[in-house]
Design a protein around this ligand. Sequence first.
Ligand SMILES: Nc1ncnc2c1ncn2[C@@H]1O[C@H](COP(=O)(O)OP(=O)(O)O)[C@@H](O)[C@H]1O
Ligand SMILES: [Mg+2]
Length: 346
Amino acid sequence: MTVPDPEPVLRVRDLVKHFPLTRGVLFRRQVGAVKAVDGISFELFRGETLGIVGESGCGKSTVAKLLMNLEQPTSGGIFYKGEDITKLSGRALRAVRRNIQMVFQDPYTSLNPRMTVGDIIGEPFDIHPEVAPKGDRRAKVRELLDVVGLNPEYINRYPHQFSGGQRQRIGIARGLALNPEIIICDEPVSALDVSVQAQVINLMERLQDEFGLSYMMIAHDLSVVRHISDRVGVMYLGKLVEIGTDLEIYDHPTHPYTRALLSAVPVPDPELRDRRERIILHGDVPSPTDPPSGCHFRTRCWKARERCAREEPPLAVPEGFEEAEGPVRHPSACHFAEEKPRGAGA
Ligand SMILES: Nc1ncnc2c1ncn2[C@@H]1O[C@H](COP(=O)(O)OP(=O)(O)O)[C@@H](O)[C@H]1O
Ligand SMILES: [Mg+2]
């Protein structure tokens, strides 16, 4: 983990992605929209790891694809060095994309089975030949294999000849090929055995220090990102509901949803387990085609009142916490935010 620099490398503003829902084959007509990402703003600082957590379907991968320019936003902006990259095209876009790379969730399906490891890792050079001229490519790929802890002699092998952990190392080597500043990691270890997860995470931490990388680390589980994140953002139904440092989110959460997520994280120590807050959420996550008015979480929230249906809480330091000092004072999108009871450490 590195100390974050106050200058953001990426600034996301009011980002929205609605996928149109259509009906009919001959006459396609729009009957609604999947509000996958529904207005989120955050910064990614130089050298930091920002964890993004939330249940399946809350919009995490869509955020990643928007940052990678694999999807066009419905509205909002993504600023890299002050420039809105959603407005760029052609050469300007290509130059930015070089600096923002992605490591995908599933190393079993994200690597082309018909390509050798050398071709997979070297493929980004086809689009950016300036990084590695033709004659240097093999040497560069061998170096990348070495950097991620794989034998450079494996350069001519195919993905099926590797284990899951090794395949994810190949995915990481590919992500590093263009020497990016930012790597977006979409659940990079969730398809791997628990025993291998730590090795891959350790590798990613080492690479971050070595290359000064900024990471956005997506996970559906709060415990996975805890140890690697400088800050964590919690998503629910297309929105960021709370964001803060590791200490603020894990030890001083103020949003009911974050508290519920934390109460579901397994605790090995029986004494701690007995003392901590237990929250069971009732009902399912509402459909993103028709999210609740006001606060999206209110239909499952035990604290919800009439105001929550009427007025959407902004992601800001909540009422009553403006004067507070220390880790409770951080952005949380709740009208009735509170600190969890004492002795409820998760
Ligand atoms: N291309 C798409 N077309 C329509 N709906 C989509 C598309 N991609 C994602 N969605 C929907 O958007 C929501 C968020 O999906 P996603 O970003 O993949 O969530 P997560 O990564 O948090 O599981 C889901 O309801 C999903 O079904
Ligand atoms: Mg996903």
